[in-house]
Design a protein around this ligand. Structure first.
Ligand code: GDP
Ligand code: MG
Length: 593
């Protein structure tokens, strides 16, 4: 395609503001099909795609509109994938900014729109859901101008659901977003935007050609990875796969090259011609590293093999999470896994539970600490609190910090500010726009990985939104807090905490465990300790042997029920030393941090 006829754009939206619905509408409108035909056809494709596992991930589609080729680039929807988002944006010249006419601008929208502006994008504001009775398009238009600082006078008023404003959006893309530029005769440079594993095609790679041409049968080199591959397929999604002979400069599409492992196809890498290579790679490549770690253990030890298989399968499609085997005295065999962030952790955990039907125990999430050892003993990246060296061997310990932007209606601001303060937050900025506050805080990531997001949502009745990025390591007074049940340390419950919050955390943990661990025939002390020093303690008092005693000899069915219940409970217990700890106790204790 001629460069001047190409438009590459992405859609920026806060979750639920209508990105997917709008994308579907654009596909429908440009496919030139009647709605009924369309839904039948898309559904058919979806079935095939589902069966074959293709393009579920690829929302990136090529659209034809009035003699132009429009490439809609999908971007990952959440904060943990900031780097992937930055590469997707780097592949485009513009963006549709979709804002819900009833909700207004949210934190996630802000973070993405600023990134988009940094990439010199032309931004086309779309005020969506104008069909809603609660829609206030003019208020939202003013908010876009006030908060984001871009001209919204030309914002398109739309309803993706009812199909209002769709043609105007397509026209605006052609008229306002610039065509890509690039040298068609220069050596090939294509940016790897995304990759995923398809069971039939192998690894599928999404690319944006920046210079030269990508052809079927071409020998290409990955400049960062240093590997060479033969391209066996070139194509685009409409959203159905369409095979092509080549992708010219400025174009977006996919290739396959008999690659078996997504880890070989890293986002941000530069593809060039092996015989006529470019002098230098495209800028902006970054090696992504997991930042949040936790242990995953099967509730039933017999499921370990199943867990191993399931994790390996997930990893086929996601090279950004890591795993290695771990053993725990309390939990048996499992895996220590690394994630890009908390939400990433939750996605993987949820998929293991739902898609692979696994019952899992997750240990307390931990960030990566940097430790300098005494006497020039070197440096450690600590991923697991269990591996923490003795305090006298530690010269300094540092933890990662983040910059967080929180957007919240005024009425909940007080409790949100308190939450941030309790989590060692440093306020950087606080501004108000139309009944809502925007607070910027620096926070230790450690204080956020436990339950910060849940707390934020519950304190604001779901109205607060949150976005963050890492800002580097800072030294801190950090200590390992151990939990002892009946005088024995439970490794899965140990965590690294700031000394100033240790007592509160420790107290919370022992109090919860007291509730969660059933009584035994003997007294059980539960302690939180730093080194040899106990900082919190509770005792579970002993119980009488006959559990049915409290039925006062009465009702026989009730008695039997109680015994059954006890038997069932036993199956799910983990014997720990001489104490049985129910699985729920671990899960519940860890859930609260
Ligand atoms: P995404 O998270 O940004 O991809 O949002 P979705 O496209 O999944 O939409 C979120 C919800 O908003 C869905 O229930 C949609 O049906 C609904 N929705 C999307 N666009 C509109 C619209 O224009 N009007 C109304 N009333 N609802 C919409
Ligand atoms: Mg969506």
């Amino acid at each position: 395609t001629e460069l001047s006829k190409i438009r590459n754009f992405s859609i920026i939206a806060h979750i639920d503001h209508g990105k997917s619905t709008l994308a579907d509408r654009l596909i429908q409108r440009t496919g030139g099909l009647a709605e009924r035909e369309m839904s039948a056809q898309v559904l058919d494709n979806m079935e095939i795609e589902k069966e074959r596992g293709i393009t579920i991930k690829a929302q990136t589609v090529r659209l034809d509109w009035k003699g132009h080729v429009l490439n809609l680039m999908d971007t990952p929807g959440h904060v943990d994938f900031a780097y992937e988002v930055s590469r997707s944006l780097a592949a485009c010249e513009g963006a549709l900014l979709v804002v819900d006419a009833a909700q207004g601008v949210e934190a996630q929208t802000l973070a993405n729109v600023y990134q988009s502006i940094e990439h010199d994008h032309e931004i086309v504001p779309v005020i969506n859901k104008i069909d809603l009775p609660a829609a206030e398009p003019e208020k939202v238009r003013a908010e876009i101008e006030d908060v984001i600082g871009i001209d919204a006078s030309q914002a398109v008023l739309a309803s993706a659901k009812s199909g209002i404003g769709i043609d105007e959006i397509l026209d605006a893309i052609v008229e306002r977003i610039p065509a890509p530029t690039g040298d068609a005769d220069a050596p090939l440079k294509a940016m790897l935007v995304d990759s995923w594993y398809d069971p039939y095609l192998g690894v599928v790679i999404l690319v944006r050609v920046m210079a030269g041409t990508l052809k079927k049968g071409q020998q290409i080199k990955f400049m960062q990875a240093g590997t060479t591959h033969l391209i066996d397929r070139v194509g685009c999604f409409r959203p159905k796969i369409e095979q092509l002979n080549d992708l010219g400069v400025g174009e977006i599409g996919f290739i396959t090259a008999q690659i078996k492992d997504v880890a070989q196809a890293r986002v941000g890498d530069t593809l060039t011609d092996a015989k006529r290579p470019a002098a230098e790679a495209l800028p902006g490549f970054k090696e992504v590293q997991p930042v949040v770690f936790c242990g995953l253990f099967p509730v039933d030890a017999n499921d370990f093999e199943k867990l191993r298989e399931s994790i390996s399968k997930l990893r086929l499609n996601d090279a950004s999470f890591s795993f290695e085997m771990e053993t725990s005295a309390a939990l048996g065999f499992g895996y220590r896994c690394g994630f890009l962030g908390l939400l990433h952790l939750e996605i993987i955990q949820e998929r293991l539970t739902r898609e692979y039907d696994l019952d899992l125990i997750t240990t307390a999430p931990s960030v990566v600490y940097q430790i300098e050892l005494t006497h020039g003993g070197g440096h450690i990246d600590l991923h697991n609190p269990a591996d923490m060296p003795e305090p006298n061997k530690i010269e300094t310990i540092s933890e990662p910090w983040i910059n967080a932007t929180i957007y919240v209606p005024d009425e909940y601001l007080g409790s949100i500010l308190k939450l941030c303060q309790d989590r060692r937050g440093i306020q950087k900025n606080l501004t108000y726009v139309g009944g809502r506050a925007q607070a910027t805080y620096e926070l230790p990531l450690n204080e956020v990985v436990f339950d910060f997001y849940d707390r934020l949502k519950s304190l604001s009745k779901g109205y607060a939104s949150f976005d963050y990025h890492q800002i580097g390591y800072r030294e801190g007074d950090l200590v390992k807090m151990g939990i002892l049940v009946n005088e024995e340390p439970v490794d899965a419950l140990s965590m690294i905490v700031h000394r100033s919050t240790a007592e509160v955390r420790g107290r919370g943990m022992v109090e919860r465990l007291k509730e969660l661990i059933p009584r035994h025939l003997f007294k059980i002390p539960i302690q939180a300790a730093i080194g040899g020093k106990v900082i919190a303690r509770e005792t579970i008092s002993a119980m009488r042997k006959d559990v049915t005693a409290k039925c006062y000899g009465g009702d026989a069915t009730r008695k039997r029920k109680l015994l059954d219940k006890q038997k069932k409970g036993k199956a799910k217990m983990r014997e720990y030393g001489s104490v049985s700890i129910p699985q729920e106790a671990f899960i519940a204790a860890l859930r609260m941090g």
